[in-house]
Design a binder for this molecule. Structure first.
Ligand code: NAD
Length: 363
């Protein structure tokens, strides 16, 4: 009975429950109890979670999903890349808090993580190209910010679980495809990838040194509505200015994996049980099961816009890359994540097509 009470204090059944008469339900409940933590985390209840960067593209989709699951959600965002409009639907809901602040300020971090059960750390400058002109941005906005978040968590009473938004760029130019999580050595070719790898290292060390539990999610290219950067956004913007010609950075043969945002959001749910293992950090790739080249992406965007512009390839670097730090080929092995029951619902081409439609609809 005691366990039963603990269970029900976190998870509310709507049906009547009579212990004496319903043996089958007790048996079922015993099984559920074994995955008690998973249930509480996946189905909501009173748990408070923090989403740094929650007003951004990926963050706001994650916030929607967490709110629908019944969590109390606190967003921390400085709105440098995000938009309040992405989460305004939740204003006025008692389970939702929006804190505007910059995570480079340690006091902000302390307030942000206070009382949090899980910190989903997504705040970052995601512009890979920027590293070429100003490497210090990635040092500050990614590495320093992550260090501040971890330090604030270390000093807090509650917050000891972290899910981190990492990236395929930590692999640099991998030689094995699809690339598995245990691939090495990890030699990023962009400052962004290097900063993210540094963040992964810090999180791993905090898990082992201070008893945190951590999940590192290495995303492929994520696409979908509300996105403000990336190849589709770039093509749509250029084509709106000039419907006759499209500049494509690089030789158009860069081949990568694209994941629709809805498949990324379901990956967050799939990894939550991993956070129950104290002192452990786990890395998971998240991507689709195939790849698509940039020229094909351009064709899909044009099909969706109903136009036939001339393609102009801007291969200034001479090696086919769009910019210094652009990884030419990327496909991640997602077998490990699929072992947790997750799988992508669309392939790379379909993810591009759906996202293009979503972006065109919202503009
Ligand atoms: P985004 O720019 O839409 O979201 C990032 C959010 O972080 C923004 O809302 C921004 O305002 C906020 N932010 C930035 N610096 C901050 C600071 N110092 N303090 C507080 N808030 C700050 O980008 P996104 O595409 O949603 O990316 C989310 C995360 O996923 C990032 O960590 C990014 O590196 C990672 N990621 C994205 C992709 C992708 O394809 N979009 C791929 C791999 C990894």
């Amino acid at each position: 009975m005691e366990d039963c009470e603990v269970f029900f204090s976190h998870y509310v059944f709507t049906e009547d429950f009579d212990v004496a008469k319903d043996i089958k339900r007790i048996e079922r409940w015993k099984k559920l109890k074994a995955s008690y933590s998973h249930l509480v985390m996946c189905m909501g209840g009173s748990r408070m979670v923090v989403v740094t960067g929650g007003a951004g593209f990926i963050g706001s989709h994650l916030v929607d999903s967490l709110m629908f699951k019944g969590f109390h959600v606190r967003i921390l965002d400085n709105l440098s890349g995000g938009d309040v409009g992405n989460v305004e639907r939740w204003f006025g809901d008692g389970r939702f808090e929006f804190v505007e602040g910059d995570l480079k300020d340690f006091c902000v971090c302390e307030k942000a993580v206070d009382g949090a059960d899980v910190v989903f750390h997504l705040a970052a400058n995601p512009d890979v190209r920027l590293g070429e002109s100003d490497p210090s941005v990635h040092f500050r906005e990614n590495l320093l910010v992550t260090f501040n978040v971890l330090e604030a968590m270390r000093k807090s009473e509650a917050a000891k679980r972290i899910v981190f938004a990492s990236t395929s760029t930590v692999y640099g130019e991998a030689h094995a495809f699809p690339t598995r999580e245990d691939y090495g050595p990890l030699l990023p070719i962009s400052v962004y990838g290097a900063a993210k790898l540094g963040c992964e290292g810090l999180i791993s060390s905090y898990c082992h040194t201070f008893g945190f539990s951590g999940v590192l999610l290495r995303f492929a290219n994520v696409v979908g509505g509300k996105s403000k950067h990336g190849v589709i956004v770039d093509f749509v913007r250029k084509l709106k200015q000039n419907r006759d010609e499209l500049e494509i950075l690089g030789d158009g043969k860069q081949k990568k994996s694209y994941l629709h945002i809805k498949d990324l959001v379901s990956a967050f749910s799939a990894v939550l049980p991993c956070l129950e293992r104290v002192g452990v950090v786990e890395a998971f790739n998240v991507g689709s099961l195939d790849w698509v080249d940039v020229k094909r992406i351009a064709e899909i965007v044009c099909e969706e816009m109903g136009i036939q512009p001339k393609f102009k390839f801007n291969n200034v670097l001479g090696d086919g890359r769009g910019w210094k730090g652009d990884v030419k080929t990327m496909q991640l092995s997602v077998e490990k994540l699929m072992g947790l029951g997750w799988k992508p619902t669309v392939n790379s081409e379909e993810a591009i097509r759906q996202s293009c439609r979503e972006l065109l609809k919202q503009n």
